[in-house]
Design a protein around this ligand. Structure first.
Ligand code: ADP
Ligand code: MG
Length: 239
């Protein structure tokens, strides 16, 4: 993915200012920055949930900001996981995962079910296929949400603060699953302030402030202390 000079306004407010970012296939990019800096908006623009007013976003060599691109088609290739895992409460974990492959891709029930069981294994809850969301912990529900996104075989995963609504003891189990995905080469952009995850999984760390990408560093450089004063000040606050 290549984000080139993206501008986004909400009315008079300039929310993304000339933002550029390259994400190579297989990379994990961790996006950090203060609340209100534009992290979620950037993810939403990548997924065409928000239009941009300037710049381009290339995904697999195609400018997705072009009017000919159909958002729902694009979103089949981009999985998104939010802070609040909104699973369908009347469906079991397996059924939540099976739904989109069956309805959008036309996969057979038996095939979708086999895939759901495999994905539940991958997110380390192989025994929860028949559980309903309210029978699962927050961390387990979030892992079902990840499995549900993976069921569409996305080329890119977007995570927007996936652990910030979870109790501390559940954060690790979700981050472990995300670390596995990164290690397997799933291209991911992750908004998180979990710096342990960033250290383990990030190829790039991007610091946003006030709608601008202030800094873009390799994990090595970033954790080696070679960061701007503004990024360091932010880190001092969250660590
Ligand atoms: P972050 O995710 O970094 O906390 P956001 O991308 O959510 O930041 O928000 C960036 C700025 O855009 C904030 O000032 C926020 O109030 C504003 N904003 C976000 N979404 C909307 C919207 N739908 N309408 C108007 N303003 C918005
Ligand atoms: Mg946000």
């Amino acid at each position: 993915m290549e984000i080139i000079g993206v501008d986004k306004h909400f009315g008079p407010q300039h929310v993304l200012k000339n933002c550029s970012l390259n994400v190579a296939q297989g990379e994990t990019v961790v996006l950090i920055g203060p609340s209100g800096s534009g992290k979620s908006t950037l993810l939403r623009c990548i997924n065409l949930l928000e239009p941009v007013q300037g710049g381009s976003i290339f995904f697999r060599n195609k400018d997705i900001t072009h009017a000919s691109v159909e958002p729902h088609k694009l979103r089949q290739d981009i999985g998104m996981v939010f802070q609040n895992y909104e699973l369908f409460s009347h469906l079991t974990a397996a059924e939540n995962i099976m739904l989109a492959p069956m309805t959008v891709l036309g996969v057979s029930r038996s095939e979708a079910e086999a895939q759901a069981l495999e994905l539940l294994g991958k997110v380390r809850i192989p025994d929860k296929a028949d559980s309903f969301p309210d029978e699962l912990s927050g961390g387990q529900q979030q892992r079902v949400a990840i499995a549900r996104a993976l069921a569409m075989k996305p080329k890119l995963m977007l995570f927007d603060e996936p652990t910030s609504a979870l109790d501390p003891e559940m954060i690790r189990e979700v981050l472990d699953v995300m670390t596995d995905l990164s290690a397997e080469g799933m291209t991911s952009i992750v908004v998180t302030h979990e710096m342990g995850f960033a250290k383990r999984a990030a190829n790039q760390i991007v610091f946003m402030e006030n709608g601008e990408i202030i800094e873009n560093a390799t994990g090595e450089k970033f954790f080696g202390g070679d960061v701007s004063l503004r990024a360091q000040r932010f880190l001092d606050q969250i660590l």
